[in-house]
Write a protein that binds this ligand. Structure first.
Ligand SMILES: [Zn+2]
Length: 235
C-alpha cells in the first residue's frame, strides 16, 4: 500500500452527530463525525454553522426530497471514512443495472448535499460503468430519463453523461419503437443536439466517440465545474 503525506491527515475531531434520513416512522439514522462531513459537504457546513449549546449530539434532518435515500447515504457515509465507493455489483445480482442505479442515486444525493468531490467520484464510476457495460434497456431509459431530468438542473453533468450514453447505445430501431411516452422537452432537446452533433461528426468522416468511451475517467469532462481543484489533484 502506498503511504500518503502525513500532512494530509484529516482531523476528524471528537464530535459525532446524527444524520436522519426520512421521516417518522420510516427514517434511518447514521452517525458521522461533524468535522468530516462539514469539510466535505456545503449543506452540512451550513447546517452545522451554529454552535451546539447542549451536551446532546446534534441531529440533522436531510431535506424531504431525500426521503428513501438511506441506502445512498450509507454509501456516502462509508466513502467519507474510507474514500471507497461500495456501489459495485453484488454476488446476488445477475447484471450491472443495479450498479448504475446506485451510482446515479448517490450522485443525486451528492448534488443535494452539495458535495462536489463525492459527485465527481460517483461520476468517474459511472463513466467506467458506461465504458465497461453501458447496457440500458428501453424501459430503463424511460425511467432514468424521467428521474434524472426531474432531479437535476439544466447544466448537470449527469444529464450530459446520460444523453451521451443513450446516443451511443440506442439506434434507429429504439427510437422508432418509442411511442406513447412523454419524454420531457429538455431531454428530447438534449437528444436532438447530441444526435445532430454525432451525425455531423460522421459526415466529416471522423468517428466521434463520446468522452466516456475509453477515457476511464481520465478527464474532467463530466466533473462539476467550480472554483475548487479537482479531487484527483488532492490525491
Ligand atoms: Zn476533475
Amino acid at each position: 500500500m502506498t503511504s500518503l503525506p502525513h500532512a494530509d491527515l484529516i482531523d476528524i475531531g471528537t464530535k459525532a452527530m446524527t444524520v436522519r434520513v426520512g421521516i417518522k416512522p420510516h427514517f434511518k439514522d447514521f452517525t458521522v463525525h461533524e468535522n468530516l462531513i462539514r469539510n466535505s459537504s456545503a449543506f452540512f457546513k451550513e447546517a452545522l454553522s451554529h454552535e451546539n449549546d447542549t451536551d446532546q449530539p446534534r441531529i440533522v434532518q436531510l431535506p424531504d426530497c431525500l426521503n428513501g435515500m438511506g441506502g445512498q447515504f450509507h454509501i456516502y457515509q462509508q466513502w467519507l471514512y474510507t474514500g471507497r465507493l461500495y456501489t459495485g455489483k453484488s454476488a446476488s445480482e445477475d447484471n450491472r443495472r443495479q450498479e448504475w442505479t446506485r451510482l446515479y442515486g448517490c450522485y443525486l444525493l451528492g448534488d443535494s448535499i452539495q458535495d462536489t468531490n463525492f459527485m465527481d467520484v460517483c461520476m468517474d464510476a459511472m463513466v467506467k460503468w458506461a465504458d465497461d457495460c453501458g447496457k440500458i434497456t428501453q424501459l430503463e431509459t424511460r425511467l432514468d430519463a424521467v428521474e434524472i431530468y426531474k432531479k437535476t438542473p439544466e447544466t448537470s453533468p449527469l444529464r450530459l453523461l446520460f444523453v451521451d450514453l443513450i446516443v451511443e447505445v440506442h439506434d434507429y430501431d429504439f427510437w422508432k419503437a418509442e411511442k406513447d411516452h412523454d419524454f420531457s422537452y429538455a431531454f428530447m432537446r438534449d437528444m436532438v443536439i447530441a444526435l445532430a452533433y454525432k451525425y455531423q461528426s460522421k459526415t466529416r468522416k471522423s468517428r466521434s466517440l463520446p468522452p466516456y468511451k475509453n477515457s476511464l475517467g481520465q478527464s474532467c469532462h463530466y466533473h462539476c465545474r467550480g472554483d475548487a481543484p479537482c479531487y484527483k489533484s488532492n490525491g
